[in-house]
Design a protein around this ligand. Structure first.
Ligand code: ZN
Length: 318
């Protein structure tokens, strides 16, 4: 009973804090309050909304995770700003009073790491693989500038802060406060992107290698060939629980149908057409509406653009 009423109080405090910050700092009301879902045992996920960055979602349009250990909390990815990092901290606080002592960055996209400074300010250790840090360095200024139209005043106090504990990749086995983890480079969405596997819990946090419920995006800096190799590596890990970069917590069946099969489609249909020097417009028209992927959110905005990028890539690098 005591624990229950305490958590109710914390919940009320968190809600009033959000309302206060929302009105005081930005005028726009924050409607998205991140909430933890238990994946298994001490492992939790925070599943963000699927749409574009906005003040209403505080730029938390991605998934996060955390693991309770004996002496604290390990947080996976830190949010898009100091403001959104505080929202993630509140979501953790609903589950445990333990402090967030370690933050791990799976990637270098804005919403994976721009909250680092907030947690470093609370004396958390920030960890990343060297390849991720290199990309973060390259993109930091551009990311903050690009976020400004979406998040405006919510970016106040956000300073891109790189990891203090940098591990050599491409793969690294670590033990943090008794939790064993296997950290594996994917290079999928951004160069230096990674996934984090917890063998004792059969959970993999895939970072932006896997998207479910919505179509994945191929960016100019994405690499579908490396993504497909990494997806094979993920399959070999045989996780029971998959926490994707975007979309609900799931299993390998859905991850394969909505991500693995899409990488294969892009490579085998679009890439091969480019390699065979077929016409780009005919190829894109012919493959415009694949029935197995049309139901995914963001399909209309992304599918043709994704195919276009893959075609041009395979044309240049057959
Ligand atoms: Zn993402």
């Amino acid at each position: 009973m005591v624990a229950l009423s305490m958590s109710k109080i914390l919940q009320a405090l968190a809600l009033s804090l959000v309302t206060f910050i929302g009105v005081g700092a930005s005028q726009a009301e924050v409607v998205y309050v991140p909430r933890a879902v238990q994946v298994t045992g001490p492992v939790y996920a925070i599943v963000g909304p699927l749409g574009q960055r906005s003040q209403a979602n505080a730029g938390l349009n991605a998934n996060y995770g955390f693991v309770l250990t004996a002496n604290g909390v390990i947080l996976i990815d830190s949010g898009a700003s100091a403001f959104s990092a505080a929202l993630l901290a509140q979501a953790v606080k609903m589950v445990t009073p333990k402090p967030i002592r370690w933050v791990l960055n799976t990637g270098s996209q804005d919403h994976r790491w721009l909250g680092n400074g907030y947690f470093a300010g609370q004396r958390a250790e920030i960890h990343a693989l060297a390849g991720t840090v290199k990309t973060q360095q390259g993109f930091a200024a551009q990311q903050v500038a690009n976020l400004l139209p979406f998040l405006a005043e919510q970016l106040q106090g956000t300073e891109p802060r790189l990891a203090s504990k940098v591990h050599d990749g491409p793969e690294k086995k670590l033990d943090i406060d008794g939790l064993r983890l296997e950290w594996i480079t994917t290079n999928a969405h951004y160069p230096g992107d990674t996934m984090i596997h917890l063998p004792e819990h059969a959970v993999t946090f895939t970072g932006d290698l896997v998207y479910v419920d919505r179509l994945l995006g191929v960016l100019p800096q994405s690499n579908v060939r490396l993504a497909q190799v990494a997806f094979g590596r993920l399959q070999a890990l045989k996780p029971v629980h998959v926490v994707p970069g975007h979309g609900r917590v799931t299993d390998m069946a859905q991850a394969t149908q909505e991500t693995g099969d899409y990488y294969a489609f892009l490579i085998e249909q679009v890439g091969v057409a480019a390699r065979n020097m077929e016409s780009i417009s005919e190829t894109l028209n012919k493959l415009a509406l694949p029935t197995q992927f049309r139901h995914l959110q963001n399909f209309d905005e992304l599918h043709r653009l994704n195919m276009n990028r893959v075609f041009v890539d395979f044309e240049a690098n057959p």
